[in-house]
Design a protein around this ligand. Structure first.
Ligand code: BGC
Ligand code: NOJ
Length: 810
């Protein structure tokens, strides 16, 4: 069942009923100021950091679902309704929500009055614009009352929820004309405030929640709205809110547009005040001045559209399959940008207080957006590397506001450092900018011990070499990519965290996933060394990679697939000898991508075992058989019920590793089959089962052993976005940036007759046409660039012009 449709021409998903199977959300903002907005206008805003600078309040996991947002209430002759349906939930005569690229437009209509609300964050600004267009479709004059509403968060979203003994006393606001200012703690250690403005005179307002909502009312029926009268309250402590009250009259057929503005301001220490205890409003007024008419707002909106045209113009696929095209050209790239901005911090599943930016997560996310915003990718790489330790290890996370390592989670996730080699080499291949390697980058943010970025990569490589276990395989540390395989830090104490409990001393558990990862990125490191002419280092590194390949073959092969690990006691994990969890996806993915034992048939066997044991209708599960018993020495993994999350869920992030492995065997059909299984646009028709947005990937789809196979959770903030984009564009469609040019090496189903891609690469535009008359899956017979046949499959002309590239497969 569907709950809307794709409007590809406008790059929108159009939701046609507010009662979607789960709130279907969108993100506003591209740089500093961000908002989450659901299809009923729920959500919240923050500046840079969802934990430390939360501007508006939201209630996660509440009843009803999706509680808190930018709400409008209309009282039209006693009929009270909201354009986004919630929170009032009065049945609407018409409803539509259009989620587009960094904007959302929700339209509701009741009794001939239409309210269209457009939400977006203008480029280079610290505010959310809310343009409200009211139209009277009746033949009578309409007089009605409009209330805006949002609730302030007291900046630190975590403290806001739990430090009530203090917080219920601190709230402070100012009201001036049509602007409500939130200035809690401004006189102390903060120099920032927020404001909510409307570009019209108001007939009243409220700033105190209890006065507006009523102590025992709900958001669905605030007292002031029901009574049709604001109280002009001034908040002193308790819960400050912002609500404007406007009396509006519309002649038959008449429309009126209003612009509401939620903004964030920082003042200089010496410019904080305009008078005693009166905040300096000059900067707020300057922002208001930028967006105080519909014409100015429309212009900003057009700029946003143009920004996205430009970003999405870098890779345009024409495959003849509209679902594939809309994912590759629009939604997958869009989701990659959102994961760039958010990492794993704020979605409707991530509450924005627990986790900052992940070291491994952000490095991997980068491969999904580096072609869109290379300069910001560069900055991100340096930010991440700056939290690395001098031995090559890393904090697992850092906070975006401070850019400092987050000590709460610590380090010792031994896969972390290697992902820095991935992000950096992908960045250089995309841009040709080797200068990043010379950048002086601190350790743990300490500039006095800074070294070149290349040294950071070297330390990343040797962090594995220096941390090998009894079989010559990499020590896993607290966990590798699989956060729940806690082979060195398991405990029976219910009050200890699975992941942050200190490692068992002398922990010798080893990971075959890191082993494969090391071979793949070790080779990338070697290739990079050769590019910059340090052959000796390359040769030295090659020895370590060769040793690893041998160690995998010798100690990491189980007969039909790669083992997953050795546990603390030296026992095999992910072996046919085990009762449950005989086979795991991660080591099959990485050792296949590393092509370990390919000649001996290991890769083929491993991937066939994946097909046989892990694949199911909805995707590839993480392990099999699912754990039904609790295996204490494995840590968190077996605590999950069978079929969910890391215990045999379809953990979408790692499915592309298998797709890529399949392409290295040349099995294009199977690679694409796996791609389609978890790709949201192909799942639109089963939205009632799938539940999360049909336009973005979810982290997990319940696996074959679950109670409800096919049901997804945790949409938006997942490495799935970047890895699927990478698998489809680089390995299936086969357009691969490389140091010397653009390599073209598709691996597609034999029955595809071809496809076209427009790819902008280092300022040059390639119009690539792939022709597959020979009906093969892999193999490039001939490449003709502007009528001239070239040698090999790397297109090297990089002169900034437009070039026609015809690729004949065979
Ligand atoms: C989840 C992982 C997640 C981790 C974060 C675990 O409980 O299963 O998917 O990455 O927590 O710390
Ligand atoms: C989600 C985390 O963000 C990611 O870092 C991890 O690799 C996966 N879960 C798998 O556990």
């Amino acid at each position: 069942m569907k709950f809307g449709f794709f409007d590809d021409a406008n790059r929108e998903y159009v939701i046609t009923t507010p009662e979607t199977p789960f709130p279907w959300i969108n993100y506003l903002g591209n740089e500093d100021f961000f908002s989450l907005v659901s299809n009923t206008a729920g959500g919240y805003s923050f500046y840079k950091d969802a934990k430390f600078r939360r501007l508006t309040r939201y209630r996660y996991n509440n009843v009803p679902m999706d509680n808190g947002g930018r709400y409008f209430y209309i009282n039209d002759g006693g009929t009270v309704w909201s354009p986004g349906w919630k929170p009032v939930k009065t049945p609407l005569d018409k409803y539509e929500c259009r989620h587009g690229m960094s904007y959302t437009r929700i339209t509701g209509e009741k009794n001939g009055l239409e309210a269209e609300t457009l939400f977006f964050v203008p480029l280079k600004s610290w505010c959310e614009v809310q343009k409200v267009k009211l139209t009277n479709h009746t033949n009578e004059k309409k007089q009605f009352k409009l209330f805006s509403f949002m609730e302030w968060c007291l900046w630190n979203a975590e403290d806001d929820q739990n430090n009530l003994q203090r917080n219920l006393n601190t709230g402070e606001v100012e009201i001036a004309d049509s602007t409500i200012y939130h200035k809690t703690e401004y006189k102390e250690r903060r120099n920032h405030y927020a404001f909510y403005h409307v570009n019209a005179p108001v007939q009243g307002y409220d700033t105190d929640r209890e006065s507006f909502v009523g102590l025992y009312n709900e958001f669905s029926g605030p007292k002031a709205v029901l009574e049709g009268r604001p109280t002009n309250s001034h908040a002193h402590g308790w819960s400050p809110i912002a609500s404007h009250y406007l009396e509006i009259e519309l002649a038959p057929g008449e429309s009126k547009e209003l612009v509401f503005l939620l903004g964030y301001i920082e003042n200089k220490e010496e410019e904080k005040w305009e008078a005693k205890n009166i905040i300096n409003k000059k900067p707020a007024k300057a922002v208001i001045d930028q967006f105080d008419t519909p014409a100015k707002v429309n212009k900003a909106f057009e700029e946003l559209r143009a920004y996205w045209d430009d970003l999405l113009g870098n890779f345009v696929l024409d495959s003849g399959d509209e679902k594939l095209d809309r994912m590759v050209n629009i939604w997958n790239q869009y989701q990659c940008m959102v994961t760039f901005n958010m990492s794993r911090s704020a979605s409707f599943f991530e509450v924005g207080i627990g986790r900052g930016m992940g070291f491994r997560d952000s490095n991997q996310d980068l491969i999904g957006f580096v072609h869109q915003i290379p300069e910001r990718a560069r900055e991100r790489i340096i930010d991440i590397a700056s939290t690395q330790f001098q031995d090559g290890g890393a904090y697992h996370q850092y906070q975006p506001l401070t850019k400092r390592g987050n000590d709460a989670i610590g380090g010792n996730f031994n896969d972390d450092p290697l992902w820095l080699i991935l992000s950096t080499t992908e960045y250089i291949k995309e841009t040709g900018d080797f200068s990043i390697l010379d950048e002086k980058v601190p350790f743990d943010n300490d500039m006095s011990v800074a070294k070149s970025h290349f040294e950071h990569l070297k330390l990343s490589f040797y962090h594995v070499v220096n941390n090998l276990g009894p079989h010559g395989l990499p020590l896993i540390g607290r966990a590798d990519w699989n956060d729940c395989l806690n082979l060195n830090c398991f405990s029976k104490d219910p009050n200890e965290s699975f992941q942050t409990t200190e490692n068992k001393s002398g922990g010798t558990a080893e990971s075959l996933m890191i082993a494969g990862l090391f071979v793949v990125y070790g080779r990338e490191y070697i290739k990079l060394c050769r590019q910059i002419g340090i052959e000796k280092e390359a040769d030295e590194a090659q020895k370590h990679v060769d040793n690893m390949v041998e160690a995998i073959k010798k100690h990491g092969w189980d007969g039909n697939w790669y083992l997953r690990a050795y546990d603390f006691f030296g026992n095999k994990v992910g072996s046919n000898e085990n009762e449950e969890g005989k086979i795991f996806i991660e080591s099959q993915g990485w050792c296949s991508m590393a092509e370990v034992g390919k000649e001996e048939g290991m890769v083929e066997k491993a991937l066939d075992s994946v097909k046989e044991r892990l694949d199911c209708e909805y995707g590839i599960v993480l392990n099999n058989p699912a754990f039904t018993k609790y295996v204490v020495e494995y840590g968190e993994i077996s605590t999950y019920p069978a079929g969910y999350k890391e215990n045999a869920g379809i953990f979408c992030h790692n499915n592309p590793w298998i797709m890529i492995g399949e392409t290295s065997l040349g099995r294009g059909e199977r690679a694409l089959e796996y791609y389609k299984k978890i790709c949201p646009a192909y799942l639109e028709d089963i939205s009632d089962l799938h539940r999360t947005e049909p336009y973005v990937y979810a982290q997990m789809i319940a696996g074959k052993d679950a109670f409800k196979p096919g049901e997804a959770k945790n949409s938006w903030l997942t490495g799935t976005a970047a890895w699927n984009y990478y698998a489809i564009t680089r390995h299936i469609l086969g357009i691969q940036p490389d140091y010397d040019g653009l390599r073209i090496d598709p691996c597609i189903p034999g029955e595809w007759s071809g496809f076209s891609v427009k790819r902008k690469f280092r300022g040059t535009t390639f119009n690539i046409k792939i022709v597959n008359k020979a009906a093969v899956s892999k193999g490039v017979k001939k490449i003709v660039v502007d009528g001239q046949e070239i040698e090999g499959n790397i297109v090297k002309v990089l002169d900034g012009g437009d070039h026609q590239v015809i690729v004949e497969m065979g």
